[in-house]
Design a protein around this ligand. Structure first.
Ligand SMILES: N[C@@H](CCC(=O)N[C@@H](CS)C(=O)NCC(=O)O)C(=O)O
Length: 208
């Protein structure tokens, strides 16, 4: 297998954490998004959205990080990241969809305004966009914090794809400046994620 990724991308990191946890061999191929390597014709043929992560497994090409994570789990029977029990499976999938549709979108505005604008020379952060994103962030962070109260992990009694999917955006908290103050359950849970060996080994070499 070959995974196209970008080292500081949260969407890439969660896929790499799954590869590490499951012990799956995969060639990691970093694309430099700043240089526009994802806009080259050979990559566009794999993913016309020009987005990483993108997985190639023989003649099968898969994009969308949460779908890739589930596909990787399907290669390892009885894994704890995505148990086969239909209700547990659906619960994990629910949190992954929630991340893509809601929490990740709120975080994405902070990433764009406070990190990418600077990296791509796109001018100062847009205060109006950040104000809307702040409202949205609180709306969904409250849901996450409330769900985590009294629970070690999002679903069941061990970490799953749900935890990796949502935690991946929180690694950028300091740089993206998410308004996380007061969300004590999220902070406690994220500290536990940071102790997971596959999470640690999937960290990009340096984020600054
Ligand atoms: N929903 C997608 C999002 C992927 C995504 O946003 N990738 C970004 C990097 S984190 C990207 O490749 N952006 C390049 C572009 O949009 O041209 C997923 O979960 O895989």
């Amino acid at each position: 297998m070959k995974l196209y990724h970008f080292p500081i991308s949260p969407n890439s990191r969660r896929v790499i954490a799954v590869l590490h946890h499951l012990g799956l061999a995969c060639d990691l191929h970093a694309l430099d998004l700043v240089k526009g390597e994802h806009l080259q014709a050979d990559f566009l043929a794999l993913n016309p959205n020009h987005m990483i992560p993108t997985l190639v497994d023989g003649d099968f090409v898969l994009w969308e990080s949460n779908a890739i994570m589930q596909y990787l789990c399907s290669k390892v029977p009885d894994n704890s990241l995505l148990p086969a029990d239909p209700k547990v499976h659906a619960d994990i999938t629910r949190w992954q969809f929630w991340q893509t549709a809601h929490f990740g979108r709120a975080c994405g505005v902070f990433i764009f305004e406070n990190i990418l604008r600077n990296a791509f020379n796109l001018g100062e952060p847009d205060a109006q966009e950040l104000a809307k994103a702040t409202e949205n962030f609180h709306r969904f962070a409250k849901v996450l914090d409330g769900h985590l109260a009294g629970r070690a992990w999002l679903v069941g009694d061990t970490f799953t794809l749900a935890d990796f999917s949502i935690a991946s955006f929180l690694e950028l908290t300091a740089l993206a400046k998410y308004p996380v103050e007061g969300y004590t359950e999220i902070a406690r849970w994220y500290s536990a994620i940071e102790q997971i060996p596959a999470w640690q080994s999937s960290a990009p070499a340096k984020i600054s």
